[in-house]
Design a protein around this ligand. Sequence first.
Ligand code: PGA
Length: 254
Amino acid sequence: MRSKFIAGNWKMHTAAATARQLASSVVRGLGAEGRVKVAVCPPFPYLALVGDVLRGSPVALGAQNLYPEKEGAFTGEVSPAMLVDVNCKYVILGHSERRHKPELAESDALINRKIHAALAAGLHAILCLGETLEERQSGRTEAVLLAQLAASLAGVDAPRMARVVLAYEPVWAIGTGHSATPDQAQQVHAFLRQWVRETFGEETAAALPIQDGGSVNPDNAAALLRQPDVDGALVGGASLNADQFLAIVRVALP
Ligand code: PGA
């Protein structure tokens, strides 16, 4: 059985002091609870200090991006090995804020290189996928997701796929207060899992965690997490408040 996985995407929020406080509150609130997997993903400058706070706790550390090279003249970039070095277990890749901001405009091809680099370094990748409102309204949701899946995961084999988490984050739900409905989420998650089944086999598909994301909060989490193919949540806004984040974690308990 897949255990639920709740990850907090802090985005470009917090300062050193608030990052430390937030991580401490999550650690304290979670205690020794091991039935739900929990991770927090702070901004790069706070990874090490949050890692110190998490040490010895069941809360894992994740980063929000990486650059797909081992090392070299890449001013301003962060390598997979650096993330491993500061004890990151996870890295969020393909977030829509990086795909769609025109000045970042990450392509599936770049995301694919990042996925390979992350997996080669031993990281677990949280691969974000999702359609825009216009794509949904014009009936292209599945086509868009298929294209994102096929291109972002090109060349990944089944053993490495075991370290990939999918996060379905419809762009229209992120930061808008309008999460996907439980039915919408279930439909897409089942579709994603079916693609993984056809591509990597039943064992990989059955073990794959698929998180839901986009305005997940303590009020809508229960109904979402009750869906058979919703295995957790990638939480943005609500992860910046320890009480709200922990309330979502509690909802995910078996
Ligand atoms: P949100 O963000 O929960 O604030 O909508 C989710 C995400 O972008 O990962």
